[in-house]
Design a protein around this ligand. Structure first.
Ligand code: AVJ
Length: 321
């Protein structure tokens, strides 16, 4: 393996790919899935029959919006801050309900993508005219800091879609600690977390029959080809998801089907793969009440309650400081 480490990396992506592919075992961070093609593939995943998470969270919000509204509201209204707002499809259910009830709210969607925020703001202006929308572009952690200084009334911080699952338990604690430090008084955190369940059902969600998840995973190699001038062949890797029912950890890998060498020209790097060598590309942690309670305690938050479907496949938890 050629390993002349570039003196400095042009982007965080370049640096992370270099470190991930020169490590053993090899890893790549799932946050890099979401380029333009990756965003499209994730939209497709959310509509797959096997990917139950999105529909389930949607149902919880639809069916329990009254109860959720009671938890969220206060006499002075509240600011709804959504971390990773995306297309806002699920949040719109709540926003429409709050707006119809005449709640005094402001919606502050936060996303890394300005494009996503522009589309969301435009659609909200059309669909819920009169709703106050103040988008914020940036990384969660930077924006949270600003927002805690920005508003004086009750804040409800939302993290939907089981996005917390992409973090390791330690990372999740650090992340919730950051959120906690931005919270005061009656502020709330409303967080969706996919639950431990029939291992077959979890595994199928990351191994759909149409191969969309495989394409989503492999798209990371194509992104490296494009952005770092590399020559990965998607076809010479296998998409391989795993689920461990004890830890609740779902993981995805790309496995090299043959011995091969890949050039990553922008990194001045040659990466060799042994036959059946893997790249760990994603974790999707599944939680239960015990692990969520542990997480809350570690982060200095108090678990106030939860909303779930009848089978407890998915839960939306409410925390207070
Ligand atoms: C967006 C992180 C919740 O882990 O379930 C979907 C991403 N990866 N299929 C998840 C994903 C493969 C998803 N999250």
């Amino acid at each position: 393996m050629k390993m002349t480490k570039p003196a400095e990396f042009k982007t965080q992506f370049a640096e992370d790919v270099f470190h991930g592919l020169t490590a053993y075992p090899k890893t790549l961070n799932s946050k890099y899935f979401y380029d333009k093609k990756g965003d499209e593939l994730f939209q497709e995943i959310m509509n797959l029959p096997e990917y139950y998470l999105t529909g389930m969270e949607m149902n919880i919000l639809e069916e329990q919006k009254e109860e959720i509204a009671i938890e969220f509201n206060s006499s002075a209204g509240f600011d709804l801050i959504e971390l990773g707002a995306g297309d806002g499809k699920k949040t719109k259910v709540l926003l429409r309900h709050f707006h119809n009830k005449g709640f005094n709210i402001r919606y502050l969607p936060v996303d890394i993508s300005q494009n996503v925020l522009d589309q969301l703001t435009e659609s909200l202006n059309k669909e819920i005219p009169g709703l106050q929308v103040e988008p914020r572009q940036g990384m969660y952690k930077n924006v949270l800091q600003q927002l805690s200084d920005y508003t004086e009334r009750k804040k409800v911080i939302m993290l939907l879609g089981s996005n917390i699952g992409n973090l390791s338990q330690e990372e999740a604690v650090l992340f919730l600690k950051k959120i906690s430090s931005a919270m005061t008084g009656d502020d709330l955190l409303f967080m969706g977390a996919d639950q431990k369940k029939d291992p077959k059902m979890v595994l199928d969600a990351y191994n759909d029959s149409q191969g969309v998840t495989a394409a989503f995973n492999k798209n990371l190699l194509t992104r490296i080809n494009r952005e770092l001038d590399a020559n990965f062949e998607e076809d010479s890797f296998l998409h391989w998801p795993l689920y461990d029912p004890e830890t609740g950890l779902a993981s995805s890998f790309l496995v090299s089907k043959k011995e091969q060498t890949v050039q990553i020209n922008s990194l001045n790097l040659e990466v060799t793969f042994q036959k059946w060598e893997s790249i760990h590309t994603e974790i999707s942690q599944k939680y239960d009440d015990t692990s969520v309670r542990w997480l809350a305690t570690e982060a200095g938050l108090e678990l106030k309650g939860s909303f779930s479907d009848k089978d407890n496949y998915y839960k939306n938890y409410i925390f207070q400081k």
